[in-house]
Write a protein that binds this ligand. Structure first.
Ligand code: PMP
Length: 431
């Protein structure tokens, strides 16, 4: 089998995500035969560094022997059982461990199977919790430039025009409050003033504010100061509005702490996790919440207050086993500590970008590095040029418009990081 053969078979049937399929008349698909560590290998024997952890999920790289072993063990023991009326050890252990790791007070875990569904769960649960307490709050609030997924509810609270505009007429009701315009503390305070104005006017109608803590990843890796989270949480509390932390992209060490909220000392009412949760092995998601929220649904069945939401694969044991293996790796390999060193390499290696005339800003938080370019028109599709250039040099990155970024697996070595950032630097220089 060659790349070309598999590509032909693929294009006969597969409609790819987030893709204008006509692009593939000229842009080659990359059929991946196998992968190990940070490396992807195609059917023609070419290797590429996975510079974005395959949409930010493969925290410990590909085919990690330990996760693979735990997955195989679980598959041979119990591959699946429904979670309504049944339970299993991997889910129980995972729930215990997540509650122990999360900001204090998040003591209940609701399972889902992908990031968007976790967001749907949090939105529905928030609205329903208010309703069960006798309050009707039909609106949600989110930040400008936010991204929370592609299902109708998640898209409604997002604000990236490219994904949202077409579907406006069929979305649920949401408002956007300005995200801090940059990483400074002043910008955080300014945005909090705007938030307060909205809450003063509409607070009684709003169920929850949903935010991507510290980094709006799909929103061009826009980064803001933790102070905003502290202020926003405080404001939400005073207006009885729930605070939902969507840590789907930034959770599990990506920003330097296990969860990004920790950097602001914030305990959300709901925390959504997915992506890195299983290290890229299985689709799984969770929503953590408080005993208080849980208590609002707890009553006799005929009071009809239960949260009757489910997905067939909810709490799948294979996913839970992988997630437990991921948490083992965090403990055994002191990942947060070693990442501090790796973040420093990233900073050092990215510094030269700042000297290039077509670079507007270089920014970083933990293991996320971003380079924003200037002077290009949207129609030039500069992202494809960078993508191509890097691919030629054995590096896979997927720039978001005029922003290229690195979100490598945590197992990356210094040499591999040099190759990754170096290829992107050459690409930007050659534009
Ligand atoms: N929230 C955030 C912050 C995300 O980055 C994403 C995915 N990029 C989602 C939600 C949606 O997750 P999924 O793609 O698993 O539906």
């Amino acid at each position: 089998m060659t790349n070309a053969q598999l590509t032909d078979r693929d294009l006969a049937h597969i409609w790819h995500p987030c893709t204008q399929m006509k692009d593939h008349e000229t842009l080659p698909l990359i059929p991946v035969k196998r992968a190990r560590g940070v490396w992807l290998e195609d059917f023609d024997g070419r290797r590429y560094i996975d510079g974005i952890s395959s949409w930010w999920v493969n925290l410990f790289g590909h085919a990690h022997p330990y996760i693979t072993e735990k997955l195989a063990e679980q598959a041979a023991t119990l591959e699946h059982v429904l979670l309504a009326g049944f339970t299993h050890e991997p889910a129980v252990r995972l729930a215990e461990r997540l509650c122990a790791l999360a900001p204090g007070g998040l003591n209940k875990v609701f399972f889902a199977d992908n990031g968007s569904s976790a967001v749907e769960v949090a939105l529905k649960m928030s609205y329903h919790a208010h309703l069960n307490a006798g309050e009707e709050r039909p609106l949600f609030l989110s930040l400008t430039n936010s991204y929370h997924g592609e299902t109708i509810g998640a898209l409604s609270v997002g604000d990236v025009e490219l994904y949202k505009k077409t579907y406006e007429p069929i979305l649920i009701r949401s408002l956007q409050t300005p995200v801090p315009k940059d990483g400074s503390e002043e910008a955080a305070e300014e945005a909090a003033v705007a938030l307060e104005a909205i809450l003063r006017e509409k607070g009684r109608d709003i169920s929850a504010l949903i935010v991507e803590p510290l980094v709006q990843c799909a929103g061009y890796m826009h980064m803001y100061h933790p102070r905003y989270l502290t202020l926003a949480k405080r404001l939400c509390e005073s207006y009885g509005v729930h605070f939902i932390a969507d840590e789907i992209a930034v959770g599990f060490g990506r920003t330097g702490t296990m969860f990004a909220c920790e950097q602001a000392g914030v305990r959300p009412d709901f925390m959504c996790l997915s992506k890195g949760l299983t290290g890229g092995y299985m689709p799984l998601a969770v929503v953590l919440t408080t005993d208080d929220i849980y208590g609002r649904f707890y009553c006799d069945y005929l009071e009809f207050k239960a949260f009757l939401h489910s997905h067939s694969y909810t709490g799948n044991p294979l996913g839970c086993a992988c997630a437990n293996a991921v948490l083992d790796l965090f403990e055994n390999e002191k990942t947060l500590e070693t990442n501090r060193e790796k973040s420093r390499w990233m900073a050092e290696l990215m510094a030269p970008f700042a000297e290039l005339p077509n670079v507007k800003e270089v920014r970083q938080r933990g293991m996320i590095g971003a380079v924003e370019l200037q002077g290009y028109d949207f129609k030039e599709r500069v992202n494809l040029k960078i993508f191509d250039h890097c691919l030629e040099r054995g590096v896979f990155i997927r720039p978001l418009g005029h922003v290229l970024y690195f979100m490598p697996p945590y197992v990356i070595s210094r040499q591999e990081m040099q190759k990754l950032v170096g290829a992107a630097y050459e690409a930007v220089k050659a534009l």
